[in-house]
Design a protein around this ligand. Sequence first.
Ligand code: HPA
Ligand code: ZN
Length: 349
Amino acid sequence: MNIEQFIQRLPKAELHMHLEGSLEPEMLFSLAERNGISLRWPSIEALRAAYEFANLEDFLALYFEGCRVFVTEQDFYDVTAAYLTKASEQGVWRAEIFLGPQSFTERGIPLEAIMGGILGAIKDAHSTTGISAGYVVSVHRHRSVEDALQVLDAIAPWAEQVAGIGMGGPEVGYPPGRFRPFYLKAKALGYKTTVHAGEEGPPAYIREALDMLPIDRIDHGVTAHGDEELMDRLAANQMPLTVCPLSNLRLKGFPSLEVHPLKKMLDRGLRVSVHSDDPPYFGGYVNENLLACSKALNLSPEDLAALARNSFLGSFAPPEEIQRAVVAVNHHLDTFWASNQSHRLVGTD
Ligand code: HPA
Ligand code: ZN
């Protein structure tokens, strides 16, 4: 078994991926055509060529523009189904997917279309591929807290089917603490919670999230790497950090993957895992992220298994499902060594 096969067959949880950012350019064009929406790119190739970003905000402008092509329940269904098919093909056992309803409801798209499409596709993907998936309803930090609280009210009819609550959007200038009332309410309602922090924002934003928000995990968290005291704290409380290396690279968080802090954080005992964020925009789904990191950071099979174990331990899946998956990761690692051992024996015979 080579490293590509090891990664492909490794059971994984994808915890950090935005449906709005999972649109392959071909699908973006076909949804635009289906809904009679004109695009400013003359071709699919021209759109793909526009995937050059100076930073998060620069990317988000294109990402929000792409949201215009989602209109009907079928659109939300199709995008979710396409992503879950891809994830299942990559050996993802559990997928927790974000979508921020505010981009759509502000254009008059009913929440019923969003929820019906996403939850319907999650159910059907489970029946056809066996993948376990959940929808993490996300709000935008550049909008008001009142607006975020309204989202919580609006999703109440679907509360039992919602996997968790998150927050994304431009980070610098929008520290997370302002959303304390929103997170307190989400927790009081029984939701699992996560927040984007420490993608571009300083370590102080991560501290603020830890101090002020009742959160079960942090999305990104990589700017903690230079702050030893914060690293100790994140290791001590085993706060899951959903790291997106190709996203960090493409949004210029780090000049190369070789200097990405993933391995340092893993070696320090932090509960880091690897995810794709917005796969077509950043050049890879979860396996491409793992493979690129394994090459750039010289990750061992043990490192990759630890990342996979962390992905399940940080997930919002039921505890029995997490336990089963962790056992499967360990078994996969054992199988890898057993198969490579026998190859070596065959080779030296
Ligand atoms: N950060 C914040 N918001 C986002 C991102 C991200 O990386 N991707 C999509 N929305
Ligand atoms: Zn994200």
